[in-house]
Design a binder for this molecule. Structure first.
Ligand code: ATP
Length: 234
């Protein structure tokens, strides 16, 4: 569904990605794990058109998309939930969710999609009129994911959804991520929590200083010595 070939990204003269290639099939979860600064967020930002690669190509459903503007990429069906959530604090939960549908005109489907978001996240339904700024971190993460779902995506990019959340909240989010994938929307999951990511994903890429150091089935990576020592605390 998504193919990245030999991607290079520079911030001024500093190389953040040095030839990353990866594939996302049309179902399941692909994870990108790695230490701080390895280039995980930069990979997601390149897919959504927020940074321009200096070399390489990104193809989505057979179309080259690395020259498109972010809103054109959203319109193609790629939704990105950035690190740190970024909800609109002075809008209600429901207003935040509806903003995700800003490119859509299919009013009836928007209403069924908002009900589906409330089905995934019943807490948001209870709090639909509440200002987003009054929500807990985990609830704000739910709003951010719900807002991305409201664009009607074919592919969802999640940047560190577990960051700063309690174990109970991480468990709840994991359940919802799996439920979203079961509705037919594949997920690219960027995580520093490698234990979590390798449990949820079917395939994994390990980024180290801007390059793919290891890749393979998540179950194989869980047994890989280097991965175990460097990322799983073994
Ligand atoms: P983290 O988990 O800390 O977000 P990451 O794996 O997502 O790490 P990136 O945020 O993609 O890593 O950063 C990759 C490299 O690019 C790092 O060396 C980082 O300092 C650098 N970088 C990221 N954003 C910028 C920017 N806007 N300007 C300059 N350098 C940047």
């Amino acid at each position: 569904m998504l193919e990245i070939r030999d991607l290079h990204v520079h911030y001024h003269k500093v190389a953040a990605l040095k030839g990353v290639s990866l594939n996302v099939p049309s179902g399941g979860i692909v994870t990108i794990i790695g230490a701080n600064g390895a280039g995980k967020s930069t990979t997601l930002r390149s897919i959504s058109g927020l940074v321009r690669p200096s070399k390489g190509e990104i193809h989505f459903e057979g179309e080259r998309v690395d020259h498109l503007a972010p809103e054109q990429i959203v319109a193609r069906g790629i939704a990105h939930v950035p690190e740190g959530r970024r909800v609109f604090p002075d809008l209600s939960v429901e207003e935040n969710l509806r903003i995700g549908a800003f490119l859509r005109s299919d009013k009836e489907k928007i209403e069924t999609d908002i009900e589906e978001v409330f089905h995934h996240f019943p807490r948001l339904k209870e709090r639909r009129t509440q200002w987003a700024r009054t929500l807990s971190g985990g609830e704000q993460q739910m709003v951010a994911i719900g807002r991305a779902l409201m664009s009607g995506p074919k592919l969802l990019l999640l940047d560190e959804p577990s960051m700063g959340l309690s174990p109970v909240m991480v468990q709840e989010l994991s359940r919802v991520i799996v439920a979203i994938v079961e509705t037919g929307v594949p997920v690219v999951l960027v995580e520093q929590n490698a234990n979590l990511a390798l449990r949820l994903a079917s395939y994994a890429y390990v980024l180290e200083v801007g390059s793919v150091a290891v890749e393979g089935a998540a179950s194989e990576l869980r047994a890989n010595d280097h991965v175990r020592r460097a990322y799983l605390g073994a």
